[in-house]
Design a protein around this ligand. Structure first.
Ligand code: DAT
Ligand code: MG
Length: 141
């Protein structure tokens, strides 16, 4: 088994609804250790850059507006198969298709307002971690 790091966001909807602790509990229960974390409020340029892969899609502009609508928690999670494991406990993008017991099935209120982000590949994990954290902000555990 390979110990990996992945990048995660608790999105503005979940922060507004005081779900930070509940979602962190899901990470820890799944064996994903928090090795870096901070709260911040994205500005438009930073949100656009983060979701650049979706530029031009019909949902891109409302997504950027939502992601800048309030503070978020960004974190690096570490564990065996962390990238796939985190995607598994998040559930599918569309909460109506997400498996019961996943974060999105339990807490998302729409396809857009779906509580969490998680990297989908080693390449995106690396890019996304470096987009928000300097190497010295990530702790060995
Ligand atoms: P994921 O967040 O599961 O990796 P994604 O990368 O395809 O999904 O899309 C990024 C975010 O954009 C997603 O979490 C919510 C929003 N989004 C995606 N498809 C959408 C749609 N059809 N309508 C509204 N928002 C959408
Ligand atoms: Mg994605």
């Amino acid at each position: 088994m390979v110990v990996e790091r992945t990048f995660s966001i608790v999105k503005p909807d979940a922060v507004r609804r005081d779900l930070i602790g509940t979602i962190y509990q899901r990470f820890e229960a799944a064996g994903l250790k928090v090795v870096a974390a901070k709260m911040l409020h994205l500005d438009q340029a930073k949100a656009e850059g983060f979701y650049a892969e979706h530029e031009g899609r019909e949902f891109y502009e409302p997504l950027v507006k939502f992601m800048t609508s309030g503070p978020i928690m960004v974190q690096v999670l570490e564990g065996e198969n962390a990238i796939a494991k985190n995607r598994e406990i998040m559930g599918k993008t569309n909460f109506e298709e997400a498996a019961p017991g996943t974060i999105r099935a339990d807490f998302a209120s729409s396809v857009r307002e779906n509580c969490v982000h998680g990297s989908d590949s080693p390449e995106s994990a690396s890019r996304e971690i470096n987009y928000f954290f300097t190497p010295d902000e990530v702790c060995a555990r």
